[in-house]
Write a new protein. Sequence first.
Lengths: 356, 404
Amino acid sequence: MTEPNLMLTRADLAKYPFLNEASDYIKELGISIEDIATPDFSPVLERAEKRLEEALSKGRVSNEFGNENAEILSFPVSNLILSLTGEERAQRRFALAEAKRAYELLRQESPEKLDYIARTTFGWKLKKIDAQPGKIFYDFAVSLADYLRNSVHLKEPRWKLPNRILDHGQVYATREELARLLEEEVRTRIVDRTGKLPGEVPKLLQPRVERTRGLITKWLGIPSHYELPQVPTPEAMPPCVRHLIDNLAEGKNVQHMGRFTLASFLVNIGAGEEEIVKTFKPASDFSERMTRYQVEHIAGKRGGRTKYTCPMCTTLKTHGVCYKPDKICETIRNPLSYYKQKARVLTGRGPSREPS
Amino acid sequence: MNPAEQAIRQKFQQYYLDPKRQLDPPPSPAEREYGFLLFNGKFMVRHRSFKDSGSLLRAIRDLVPLHVYFSTAYYREPTAPMEEKGWTGADLVFDIDADHLDTPCKPDHDSWKCKACGTAGKGGAPKLCPKCKNDRMEEQTWLCDRCLQQAKEETAKLLEMLYTDLGVDHENTRLFFSGHRGYHVHVYSKQTSQLGEEERREIADYLLAQGLDPQLHELEETSVGGTRVAEGPLMGQPGWRGRIVAGIYDILGSEIDQIGLTSTQVSALKSWDREDLLRKPFWGSVKGVGMSTWKTLVSKAVEKKSAEIDSVVTTDIHRLIRMPGTLNGHTGLMAMKVPEERLDEFDPFTEPLAFQGQIKVKVLESPSFRLGEERFGPYRNEIVELPSAAGMLLLCKHRAEPTA
């Protein structure tokens, strides 16, 4: 490194290969992607593949600190291979596994090091504090924007803003909580990186990409466009959607948001137009022409040509469409994910849900 | 256009044609989308853009719209179709409207009628018709001192939380009277402009204390020497913690016997010195007041201290919002900037009046109301000559027709 870094050692870069300093370190070693594909670097390639295989098979990545350089170099190689597969599910799963690995290590770091990482790699604005307003000791006050960007992905009530101490735009956080928020940041960063297609790719990497594709099919099952059952499966529908269908069937009035939810849900699970129109038939104010027009609009066959997706659960809660949420509801944010998950269980394909 | 609309439009035109007329455009006016609701068939013209307030005013003078809006969002191409506009950020906005407040005077001046079955009632409209469960309602609302006073109080709570909790900068904050039944607060800042919908929902939930769990603020029962004692946050702690205690302090000094506690609990709390709340850990020190009573007090305190914003407005990052300096077509009153330090003394029935002179109208039905220093009505099927602002209010509210 050009300047000695007082905060981070090479061992740290091996632990956290997503850091800016890790990228700088690789640059300074002067290693290009062509080099990686040569036999000299086989430990790096092996480790890169192992990272992927572990993430795909177990949802975890183990630590191997024996060869620090291989650890640092293998991470961007894993990213590269994964981005070349173009498989979003695998990218998400890998990002989650790597982020979890990082979290387990981050939570044991000193407040100073956490502060440094948050600041330099992720550009957070945060303050180190010593505050104990009650029983809990807080090491950090994180700026509201940095907090929210990550906390919105976390569903436990303790992350909800009204349950936090918020003081002049700063959210108090413990060391463990800071590590958890950083985990989210790490995950997002990896998803972004693996989602972008790189420019030039050395030919030697191609077999590795094919191998990884094989692993993805092996561990994550059939590619995503086959994820949904071919035929709409009523048993897999979430409670809110079933409730809407029941209400319509009983001739009860369903409000606009409810109708839109139902129609967009059915469109997205591949129900036919006739079938959808039929669902709305019992409604007291049913007009076949209007219904057909609106269903076509939602399906993207008319107007702006956008196919609408189903509203998020939070929106449905706000509009009172959410109904008797069950166990699966706790793990999803959109009725369509509920359907995907339950359909997978019902049809006995693949793991019941993405391991967390 | 019916005769009432013609009369209103004519007055609106005079207002906008005034050579001294100036608008109060938001920052970065050229990066926003503008929308006008026209008199002609209530048609909405959207996706317009203007490089400055001069060109905007010229368009308003040409069109003479019933309502004028601008987007809280900034776009690379404000005139492109929605999907191609290129969102680059949005102001953080808050709307406090008497529509969302539960004021006791509503049955006196508001009413509703179901569009499907004709069922009607007094007060704010229910979400669903109690008879046929339809959700389309025709509403007649009115603006009164009491509703607007309540809206003002909610606004003051909102501003306090924005500054002390959210750390919003005074410099970047503007307060507006909507020209109807409420107030708008706009925050123009780099830090908040990039927030997404979900992040804004968290902020709305914070202000509404939606999902607040007292246990996560360390309200809990512990055991001290074998006896069970309540413990909780303290006065002066940041955020909701201190605010919960401050709310309890207020309740103990006022409506303590109206919150559904038993008379023994009330007298125990009344005989206890509420100043203890200011001095020391107090939760365990009131005899006869256990955990469930404290929980009731906490939930009442939270209700009292939260700011009743309309969260739909705050979470919508493509919202069109009323332009200050223009007329509100629901009332003929001006939407206008209110200097924050003047919120307390601001009189929404005097300062936003836009018209001079007298006007003769045939009033169908109107509750009694105040405008400026004068009281008017109630009226029923009568022709009256009124100051223009009062006559316009009745015309805009569909309570009157122009005389032939």
